[in-house]
Design a protein around this ligand. Structure first.
Ligand code: RIB
Length: 342
């Protein structure tokens, strides 16, 4: 039986080191075009992982793209990045994922790093710092696709979700269950998705003829702890809500844990809705009613836009809008007839 070619065989045939073969294939360091061609020929002659490798060697670029996200502890980002990764690998691209933790300096450091790695394009997930976008544009002059931020005003391609409709669906679900005092735990002030969900909340209350009460609104930061703290203070008020809408699942988990600690049952005493529909949501106790974002599809769409932009940088700017949809599970129920606050 024929032995499968290894990277050593390729290096031997091309007369270069294995490191050079690896850099030529993965685009991790610049490799001169003559060397690159020798590696490509050796790969072809030896049939070394032909599909993915040959594809990346045929391209002029490095065969790598960068992804910058702000929180790799939040499954929303890892699940969305999975979509990018699957599509990228299918197309023979490698991806370099950087987690900035929302820190502008780190973000800029990663931009430098990605520049050194000669990425062909960058996908920015939910990056809030506008300086970063400008930096990326100036320093790298590579295509950029924004995810979860509308890029049209900056003439950048983007993938967005209709957060207004998603937020409205969540609030209308609670209204239909008879809830009249609905507390919300928002995201950070500079988050556009959070702002759109909040707008939908206010408008849905208006449409139902309910007065807006600012005491029912607390700001979180998309982390569980902030959901925990917000739920505790909302439920400690003299006229507490009968339902909570947390603007992401992690905060909803924090809120449910706080309610449980206060001796309140979900959904019998308080209903809770989240946003994102991360995989854990269906395994939480109780399984979480939440607004589902098409995370993998967003990642795939972002990669498709990036690839097209790499191929033709003069193409008109495009923005793909995807829908969010409510998934009703067991954390919401009809408001109790004589429940607190009714
Ligand atoms: O969980 C992270 C949140 O931040 C998501 O809802 C996403 O839409 C982003 O804005």
């Amino acid at each position: 039986m024929k032995r499968t070619a290894t990277i050593k065989d390729v290096a031997g045939r091309a007369g270069v080191s294995t490191a050079t073969v690896s850099h030529a294939i993965n685009g991790t360091r610049p490799v001169g075009s003559a060397l690159r061609e020798r590696v490509r020929q050796a790969v072809e002659e030896l049939g070394y992982r032909p599909n993915q490798v040959a594809r990346s060697l045929r391209r002029k670029g490095s065969g790598a793209i960068g992804v910058i996200l702000i929180d790799d502890t939040n499954p929303f980002f890892s699940e969305s990045t999975r979509g990018v990764r699957d599509a990228a690998l299918e197309a023979g691209y490698n991806i370099l994922v950087c987690n900035s933790e929302g820190d502008a300096e780190r973000e800029n450091g990663f931009v430098e790093l990605l520049a050194e790695r000669r990425v062909e394009g960058i996908i920015l997930f939910n990056v809030r710092d506008s300086r970063l976008r400008e930096t990326v544009r100036r320093r790298l002059a590579v295509p950029i696709v924004l995810v979860d931020r509308d890029g049209r005003s900056r003439r950048m391609d983007s993938v967005v979700v209709d957060h207004y409709s998603g937020g409205a669906e969540a609030v209308e679900h609670l209204l239909a269950l008879g809830h009249r005092r609905i507390g919300v735990i928002t995201g950070p002030a500079n988050s556009t998705p959070s702002l759109l969900r909040f707008r939908a909340y206010v408008h849905s209350l208006q449409r139902a003829g309910l007065a807006f009460d600012e005491r029912l609104v607390l700001r979180g930061d998309f982390q569980s702890e902030s959901g925990y703290d917000a739920a505790q203070s909302l439920m400690s008020s003299p006229d507490p809500p009968t339902a909570l809408f947390a603007f992401n699942d992690l905060m909803a988990f924090g809120a449910i844990t706080a309610l449980c600690g206060m001796g309140l049952r979900v959904p019998e005493d308080v209903s809770v809705v989240g946003y994102d529909d991360i995989q854990l949501s269906s395994f939480f106790n109780p399984p979480l009613t939440t607004v589902s974002q098409p995370k993998k599809a967003m990642g795939r769409a972002a990669f498709a836009l990036l690839r097209e932009r790499i191929a033709d940088e003069r193409m008109p700017t495009r923005s793909v809008t995807m829908s969010a949809r409510l998934v009703v599970r067991r954390s919401t129920a009809a408001a109790a007839a004589f429940g607190r606050g009714c």
